[in-house]
Design a protein around this ligand. Structure first.
Ligand code: NI
Length: 219
């Protein structure tokens, strides 16, 4: 009981820490993304044998060292590390959580499978937030802020891009669904996430079918 209370207080503090970190950021990789990833991760954790406190903390801290928002860190993952140290975690636990965050946020990590169940859960949660209705909204917000066309029938979808091609290719927001988002359903690590991904995947497929019909003036 006492331990639960302590854990809950700690989670509340991590939520407040993330909220403060993302103050004023609306890139789609914001505080509410973190909060959704946390909730999804706890939802999946219910159904897996795992350390739920580790899952919660890794989810809440997974973006607080985002390179787009922090400049000139003294050491990598300084913010997450600082939070955990301040709250009395030993070095092993701290590096364990940082290792999870590293695996989740590593660029081009799409094929990297985390080596712990807690890491798998947080990666799944982060990927789930990239698909479905939320995924559609985030994708168009991102495309708009990067001056990408919504859609251009003359720009074709490129399949099986490597990391470098992926970063440099000319794309459209609608193509991004085919190049990445529709592939995520089959990349989930846990059964619970695979189940949650089904409906989100269908939402995107339905959206795209409707989009193309409307584009062609069929509907
Ligand atoms: Ni994220």
């Amino acid at each position: 009981m006492e331990i639960k209370k302590k854990e809950n207080a700690l989670i509340e503090e991590a939520i407040a820490f993330a909220k403060d970190f993302f103050k004023g950021d609306f890139s789609g990789h914001d505080f509410y993304h973190t909060l959704r990833v946390y909730r999804l991760a706890m939802n999946i954790a219910e159904r897996e044998e795992c350390d739920r406190l580790i899952v919660a903390l890794a989810a809440l801290l997974h973006d607080v060292d985002d390179y787009k928002l922090v400049k000139d860190q003294k050491e990598p993952y300084e913010n997450a590390r600082g939070f955990l140290k301040k709250h009395g975690f030993d070095e092993d636990t701290v590096s364990g959580i940082i290792h999870i965050i590293e695996q989740v946020s590593f660029k081009g990590s799409d094929s990297a499978v985390p080596d712990s169940i807690e890491g798998m859960i947080v990666q799944d949660a982060d990927r789930l937030d990239a698909i479905g209705a939320i995924g559609i909204a985030r994708t168009f917000a991102y495309g708009g802020s990067h001056d990408q066309p919504i859609y251009d029938p003359e720009i074709s979808v490129i399949e099986n891009m490597n990391g470098e091609q992926y970063l440099s290719h000319e794309g459209t927001t609608v193509n991004h669904f085919h190049e990445k988002l529709l592939l995520l359903k089959d990349m989930m690590n846990t059964r619970a996430a695979r189940e949650l991904a089904e409906n989100r995947h269908k939402v995107m497929e339905d959206f795209l079918a409707e989009f193309y019909d409307e584009w062609d003036g069929i509907r």
